[in-house]
Design a protein around this ligand. Structure first.
Ligand SMILES: [Zn+2]
Ligand SMILES: [Zn+2]
Length: 133
């Protein structure tokens, strides 16, 4: 087992140096295909690890650290609930620029695109049928 591990390391080390599979096979006494097999398996493993380590993300909704599954796409949320809550919240806080129907001033309404008045005062005055100054 240990010997086998060393052999693999040796193969990988030679590969790192840029040797061809044939050269590696000659040097270590393994079959050409075996050397190739070892290297490609190692490359896949490394790619998986990179994927894992380069993306220790944080849930955009609750801020929890995300553990990503090996080989999986980068996640942005810990689960579907966080994802939908996040989008719900986004919608809630989306600013809409509106013009008050009473005082004609622009104001920003968050999450409510059909808001008609900038303030309760304007709403009240408009409801009383008052006129804008
Ligand atoms: Zn979350
Ligand atoms: Zn107003």
């Amino acid at each position: 087992m240990a010997k086998d591990l060393r052999l693999k390391d040796l193969i990988l080390a030679y590969r790192e140096e840029g040797l061809s599979y044939k050269d590696i096979a000659d040097k270590t006494g393994v079959a050409n295909a075996y050397a190739r097999n070892i290297c490609s398996r190692d490359r896949r493993k490394k790619a998986r690890l990179d994927n894992e380590c380069s993306a220790p993300g944080i849930c955009r909704f609750c801020g929890a650290t995300l553990t990503c599954t090996a080989g999986a796409r980068k996640k942005e949320f810990c689960n579907d609930k966080c994802r939908s809550d996040f989008h719900k919240q986004q919608k809630l806080h989306r600013p809409y620029v509106r013009v008050c129907e009473f005082c004609r001033q622009e104001f920003v309404s968050y999450g409510y695109p059909k808001k008609r008045f900038c303030s309760r005062d304007c709403l009240t005055l408009a409801a009383r049928g008052g006129k804008s100054a």
